[in-house]
Ligand binder design. Structure first.
Ligand code: SER
Length: 322
């Protein structure tokens, strides 16, 4: 049996996933019961005024302790992290934020006997020697980015806290996440979001990976659903904890451009790969998520056509407002 979640802290709540996750959790658990925490980035009005908001540097354990104690938090969704492309520019910072932050969160949770912690992982745990189509649940994990290194270590650390201290830590390996609310910050899969903004604003996009680059992706509503579902799963049914493979859809950059062209016929896309191509080439094309399907009933709703249609409908309204 899993204990009930009542009072939630979301770190990284200003980020791409954190902002929409916070809104969704506030609907589900009540606005006063979901504390959003951000660091440098200014929160949107909706995030700041839609419930409690705190400034928090996850590298500082005392700051986490203060927020957890002040709000009587029992569950943490720990979304604060440095992504892959920024992580290659600033590997030391990526280690400090991703590992230091997670260690602090886990320690605060252990010391206070919290109900549950969500610790996201990523397709970046895989490396060039992982079978790419599909990536199995448990291949050898030898990533070549600092981001990937911290995600593998984070999965192992989370699983250690489950085994050693009985702390209920859970996590999924997110694919590239596509959304219209908040821009992603410094990842390799960002092109799959930028392309929509540029298609609508300029009718042209210069893509930083090759046309034939295929990566696993997911639309935000599925991402939020997976996050909430894995956190609500019956603990007794879980064999895995912090490392669930998670699949949504897979497509090449060229296929995405073609799909957008169906809605914006004049749209053109050129491909000028930069350093992020190497990162993309080290990740798998497709994901085998049988464990997530079997252990907590995972099933995505969106494919490439339905995601593209929804993105264009949301973004065209948003862009016409500014
Ligand atoms: N979207 C992430 C990145 O590109 C992968 O988890 O860094």
């Amino acid at each position: 049996m899993s204990k009930n979640i009542k009072k939630i802290l979301v770190t990284g709540a200003v980020g791409q996933i954190g902002s929409e996750l916070t809104a969704s959790l506030r609907k589900r658990y009540g606005p006063q019961n979901v504390v959003a925490a951000g660091h440098h980035t200014e929160p949107s009005e909706a995030l700041r005024d839609g419930g409690p908001f705190e400034r928090l540097d996850v590298k500082d354990k005392e700051q986490i302790e203060r927020v957890v104690d002040r709000h009587n938090i029992d569950t943490i969704f720990h979304m604060a992290a440095i992504l892959s492309a920024v992580g290659e520019e600033r590997p030391q910072l990526a280690w400090q934020v991703n590992m230091g932050g997670l260690y602090n969160v886990l320690e605060v949770a252990r010391e206070r006997n919290l109900v549950r912690v969500f610790s996201p992982s990523s397709i970046a745990v895989f490396g060039p020697d992982t079978p790419a189509d599909p990536a199995p649940q448990a291949p050898p994990l030898r990533p070549t980015t600092m981001y990937g290194v911290t995600k593998v270590a984070g999965e192992l650390l989370g699983d250690y806290y489950v085994r050693r201290f009985g702390l209920d830590v859970r996590g999924v390996r997110y694919p590239g996440i596509i959304s219209s609310e908040t821009l992603p910050g410094g990842g390799t899969t960002d092109y799959a979001v930028e392309i929509f903004y540029e298609a609508l604003r300029r009718g042209h996009y210069t893509c930083f990976v090759r046309e034939d680059t295929v990566l696993p992706m997911m639309y935000m509503p599925d991402c939020i659903q997976a996050t909430i579902d894995v956190m609500q799963a019956d603990r007794d049914r879980l064999i895995h904890h912090c490392d669930f493979n998670l699949a949504g859809m897979s497509f090449s950059a060229g296929e995405l451009a073609q799909e957008i062209k169906k809605h914006i016929p004049n749209f053109t896309c050129e491909y000028i790969p930069d350093k992020r191509q190497d990162i993309a080439d080290s990740w798998p094309r497709r994901i085998d998520d049988t464990a997530a399907r079997n252990e907590w009933g995972w099933k995505p709703l969106y494919d490439l056509p339905s995601m593209t249609e929804d993105m264009i409908s949301h973004l065209s309204k948003k862009i016409s407002r500014v």
